[in-house]
Design a protein around this ligand. Structure first.
Ligand code: ZN
Ligand code: ZN
Length: 116
């Protein structure tokens, strides 16, 4: 008798284990297309291009020149993501602050400073 109950219990546990295992497998199987879709998208050329462009932007310092104020006559010269030196910007509100500048903007600042 006791043996029968034990083996029933063992069968029941085995059945539970089998169902849980099956459920986990089902979930993984259902998630697999999503993973594959993400991996697929990440491998697409246009996505790689966007990612590498983002990396490039992050590698460069942005030019924080206030072109329209600092050199209004040459606003188009700015290379916005290619700051190479640090300039000093005198602000009424913030005082003197260091700002990254791209080369053309730095030249424009210098020209303005020399001009008076
Ligand atoms: Zn500028
Ligand atoms: Zn600039």
């Amino acid at each position: 008798m006791a043996d029968g109950r034990d083996s029933d219990l063992a069968d029941a546990l085995a059945e539970v284990g089998r169902r849980v295992g099956q459920a986990v497998t089902d979930v993984l199987e259902r998630l697999r297309p999503a993973y594959e879709a993400i991996a697929d998208v990440a491998n697409r050329a246009e996505v790689k291009a966007v990612l590498s462009a983002a990396e490039q932007v992050l590698r460069h310092r942005p030019c924080l020149c206030l072109c329209w104020r600092a050199h209004p006559a040459d606003r188009g010269i700015c290379e916005p993501f290619d700051a190479v030196i640090t300039g000093q910007y005198s602000s009424d509100v913030l005082g003197d602050i260091d700002v990254p500048l791209c080369a053309p903007c730095a030249a424009a600042w210098a020209a303005r400073r020399f001009a008076g």
